[in-house]
Design a binder for this molecule. Structure first.
Ligand code: KG4
Ligand code: ZN
Length: 338
């Protein structure tokens, strides 16, 4: 089975073709960095407009690559939520319309299930059951994955997601958009230990996260300093360390609580080198295995949506959404309600 995956939930126009025998055939992501950079963050209307301009040519290109050789897919998977409503509607309407004209099924995919399944595209994919730490711009969550498609959320962000905190902190430090990679880069020249920020919500039981106070802490510390480039780097490092340590503490708790021996870390922030190194150390300490997507599949991409489409279609797990003739998108949608 050959599945075309479409991802337009935020600021990346992405598509891919996954073949159940040959694996991932082609994928391409067109970022909208140039569109949003002047505004310091994602402007939803501009995101939707750019998806409208770029999506069909991108799909046309993938279909006609030598790897796919013009072959029509057997199914189309598109991100149905959560995300920006206008942006989701573009991917949803293109996906459904193509499916109708090609007479193939269309299936709406939960964006976070896409992230969760992204490590399955690697050479040695993890087996279920497992734990998943999903760290993206919109969500931070710890999920117990009992079996394929059976998700229990153990904890999640009560306010800013980890990626959102990276973006907002980068902005207040004048590091621009996209903030996560810029802040991580700046932190490389930071002085360890000059500033130390708290690890939010780690001194009480539970697996929820709260990162907005950390951002406020950076702002108030910055307001008391002369913001030289070295001070900015020192603040960036202290912030990054606080986020990474908080995630590590919560993961250690989740490992102990669940008894799982495999941990997936996925979503945009999983591209962060400090986090990847810290989680490798944690895995050794707890004698578990840790799995990541390759770098380009940490952030939003079409490959994870194509794979999730195949995963659901091949196991008969059609979402309700996918079976309806009209379509809706779900800007807010819990992973437990698929
Ligand atoms: O998963 P993703 O592409 O989109 C959402 O589903 O939200 O995640 C994007 C987030 C952004 O907040 C971005 O700043 C963050 O991932 N990010 C990073 C890094 N690369 C991307 N955060 C920290 N370090 C990075 N290297
Ligand atoms: Zn994402």
């Amino acid at each position: 089975m050959r599945v075309l995956g479409i991802e337009t939930s935020c600021d990346d126009t992405a598509a891919a073709i996954y073949d159940s025998d040959a694996g991932l055939l082609v994928h391409r992501t067109a970022t909208q960095i140039d569109v949003h950079q002047p505004y310091g963050g994602v402007v939803p209307e501009l995101a939707a407009r750019d998806h409208m301009k770029g999506l069909l040519p991108l799909i046309d290109h993938l279909i006609h690559t030598p790897q796919n050789d013009g072959i029509r897919p057997d199914a189309i998977a598109y991100t149905a939520g959560p995300g920006l409503a206008g942006a989701l509607l573009v991917g949803g309407s293109v996906g459904k319309s193509l499916a109708q004209s090609w007479q193939v099924p269309a299936i709406g995919i939960h964006h976070m299930e896409g992230h969760l399944l992204a490590p399955m595209l690697e050479k040695t994919p993890p087996q279920f059951p497992l734990l998943a730490l999903l760290v993206s711009g919109g969500h931070t969550m710890l999920v117990d994955v009992e079996a394929a498609g059976v998700y229990h959320i153990l904890g999640q962000s009560l306010d800013d997601a980890a990626g959102e905190a990276f973006d907002k902190t980068a902005q207040l430090l004048g590091l621009g958009y996209p903030g996560g990679p810029a802040l991580a880069h700046t932190a490389l020249s930071g002085t360890p230990g000059r500033f130390v920020f708290p690890r939010p919500m780690t001194n009480r039981a539970g697996l929820d996260f709260s990162f907005s106070g950390l951002k406020t802490q950076v702002r108030s510390t910055a307001s008391q300093c002369v913001l030289t480039s070295q001070t900015v780097a020192d603040l960036a490092l202290a912030f990054e360390v606080a986020v990474v340590e908080t995630l590590a503490i919560k993961c250690a708790r989740a490992i102990q609580k669940s008894g799982r021996s495999r941990l997936i870390i996925s979503g945009g922030v999983s591209a962060n080198t400090r986090l990847r190194n810290r989680m490798r150390k944690l895995a050794t300490e707890h004698m578990i295995e840790v799995f990541y997507p390759r770098h380009e599949f940490c952030t939003d991409n079409g490959a994870m949506i194509a794979y999730a489409g195949w995963f659901r279609l091949s196991s008969g797990m059609l979402s309700d959404e996918g079976e309806r003739s009209q379509f809706e998108v779900y800007p807010r949608w819990s992973l437990e309600d698929i």
